[in-house]
Write a protein that binds this ligand. Structure first.
Ligand code: AMP
Length: 581
């Protein structure tokens, strides 16, 4: 297809021995069964992610190796060995069982900043046989309520300030029995709540990890679709085989690496590759509490001597925006490998990596539902900038037409994957029909459009639906529209993704007002604030355009396609189903 290629020899440590040293050979010889034998099972049928990630290392020299070097926003540093993590996660599991009455299969949700306690409590919950549901700390009350109500979560682990933020919705969660407050030094918690610090201090260090079955539910991440509320993609304990294998062969994690994943545990990248992948490989992680900041990120890499860095295209483009002079103030000699995920990585960003860090960013593709990386660029393979790379060994993706038959190379179609890998989602929580509808003709249909070239590299084209990808976060237009029309001035709302050079898409809302309300800057600001408060800053429209009425089908459905075509100056396509004025 005439796409440029960065030669593999341009990676920084071209003599380094990579875990995946021969793509064809490893792919040809790969079996999930074989790789699963490299991790510690209780027996043929039973496995627990937290045991694999933490306790399995206690039998090895890794026992006193650092698992986590955590740095706060203010620069305080805390270090935890695998033995520390084992002890603390045991304690947390005891707290859950003894004080919150958690039994196998109960849902425990986490609404916390990126503090050490989120890692400890997630792993402790898995030890106790609970199902984890991490929530992004920027969520507003509505977003938290939707997810916790739907999952019927029994326990919430949060902080005093985040609890305050969602106080109004807590009485609307009938299944919520206990709140555990992580207060990092401040002792008082509301009556009835459990103080994390106090409970951990009192709890026993001994805990018999629940011997979960390989197909027992372990992880829930809510993800947005075109219609309806977000749905909970559910993963099982043996998903860790996929996390382990892909962290090893795609992220190339090796014993002495210092690995940094910039994703928050509220999103799937932050659990699969910010917890389970690296720790199942016994790798030390450097974790930064704060969000994006060019200088803080550069100095974090320098100070912690990060060797492998996994980040997102929006972050790369934001770094690019701050220019090539700033990075010259830092030393990046430790870095040996860089990857990115979440949205298309444009070729300029790949080349910029080469220029500034001496190596390209390696793009890879996957989604909440797949649980682990499916398509990737590898250290020993040529990088074709703009391509997501080639299938992971053991993964068989294809491009299908709309009748779900496979298409040849060079033709655009639906990106699908042959089902059956360990980290594949097992259901959408209590939406089995919706789950089943994702499988057609023996394929899992991903909802993305892509094409494959003659060399087997996959190229992302776009989403097949209206879901918006803003800074790597999927936002369902329906969710935003539902909140918009709750604003007292709004009559109707239609939401689209508008292309943006940095964050891929920004959210644009078209709004018609109720009688008695007039468009104004002030109202626009107020509506944006309303969505931020209810859902999150991620879901709040960057742009709002007031229009007298929205284009609708005769059945009353808002035609987002038409709004988008008008916005982008594209042909309007078939408008025959459009409502008459
Ligand atoms: P999520 O389930 O929130 O992780 O989002 C998954 C979606 O993000 C995919 O279905 C794609 O639409 C998009 N995505 C993830 N990785 C890539 C990538 N490397 N290139 C293009 N789009 C991506």
């Amino acid at each position: 297809m005439g796409h440029p290629t960065i030669n593999k020899n341009l990676t920084k440590q071209d003599t380094a021995k990579h875990n995946l040293n021969n793509y064809e050979e490893i792919r040809g010889d790969f079996s999930w069964d074989k790789i699963s034998r490299k991790i510690d099972w209780f027996d043929n049928e039973h496995i627990n992610i937290a045991h694999v990630a933490i306790d399995s290392h206690l039998k090895t020299e890794r026992k006193n190796k650092k698992a986590m070097i955590w740095e706060s926003k203010k620069g305080a540093v805390e270090e935890y060995t695998f033995a520390d993590m084992a002890r603390l996660t045991n304690k947390f599991a005891n707290v859950l069982v003894n004080e919150a009455g958690i039994v196998k299969g109960d849902r425990v949700f986490f609404f916390l900043e990126r503090v050490p306690e989120i890692y400890i409590s997630i792993l402790g919950t898995l030890k106790a046989g609970g199902v984890i549901g991490p929530l992004f700390s920027a969520f507003g009350p509505e977003a938290v309520k939707d997810r916790m109500f739907d999952s019927r979560a029994k326990v919430l682990v949060t902080s005093p300030s985040l609890k305050k933020k969602i106080a109004e919705i807590l009485p609307e969660l009938p299944c919520l029995e206990k709140i555990i407050i992580v207060n990092r030094g401040n002792d008082s918690v509301d009556a009835g709540d459990i103080s994390y610090e106090k409970a951990i201090e009192d709890a026993s260090e001994q805990f018999d990890i629940v011997k979960t079955h390989k197909e027992d539910y372990a992880i829930m991440h809510y993800t947005s679709g075109t219609t309806g509320k977000p749905k909970g993609a559910v993963h099982v304990h043996q998903a860790v085989i996929g996390h382990y294998a892909t962290a090893k062969y795609v992220l190339d994690l090796q014993e002495n690496d210092m690995y940094w994943c910039t994703a928050d545990p509220g999103w799937v990248t932050g659990t699969s590759y910010g917890i389970f992948g690296p720790w199942s490989n016994g790798i030390t992680q450097a974790i930064y509490e704060g969000g994006f900041s060019t200088k803080k990120w550069y100095s974090f890499i320098e100070r912690n001597k990060v060797t492998v860095w996994y980040t997102a295209p929006t972050a790369v483009r934001m770094l690019m925006k701050s220019g090539e002079e700033v990075p010259k103030e830092y030393c990046f000699d430790s870095l040996r490998y860089m990857c990115s995920v979440g949205e298309p990585l444009n070729p300029e960003a790949v080349f910029w990596g080469e220029k500034v860090f001496g190596m390209p960013f390696h793009d890879n593709w996957w989604q909440t539902e797949t649980g682990a990386i499916m398509i990737a660029n590898y250290p020993v393979q040529d990088v074709k900038p703009g391509s997501m790379g080639r299938p992971f060994p053991g993964i068989y993706p294809g491009i299908l037409d709309d009748q779900f038959n496979e298409l040849p190379a060079g033709v655009e179609g639906n990106l699908a994957v042959k089902p059956g890998w360990p980290s594949m989602f097992r259901t959408y929580w209590e939406k089995e029909e919706l789950y089943q509808s994702c499988f057609k003709n023996g394929w899992y249909i991903t909802g993305d459009k892509a094409q494959k070239d003659e060399d087997g590299y996959f190229w992302f084209v776009g989403r097949a639906d209206d879901v918006i990808n803003t800074a790597g976060h999927l936002v369902g237009p329906f969710e935003v529209e539902s909140v918009l029309i709750e604003h007292p001035a709004v009559a109707e709302a239609g939401v689209i993704g508008k292309p943006d050079p940095i964050v891929m898409e920004v959210i644009k809302a078209f709004v018609s007002l109720k009688v008695g309300h007039e468009p104004s800057e002030e109202l626009m600001h107020d509506i944006k604030k309303f969505v931020t408060k209810r859902l999150s800053s991620v879901a709040s429209p960057r742009e709002i355009e007031f229009i007298p009425s929205l284009p609708k089908t005769r059945s009353g459905k808002i035609m987002r396609r038409l709004l988008k075509a008008k916005e982008l100056g594209l042909p309007l396509g078939d408008t025959s189903t459009l409502e008459d004025d």
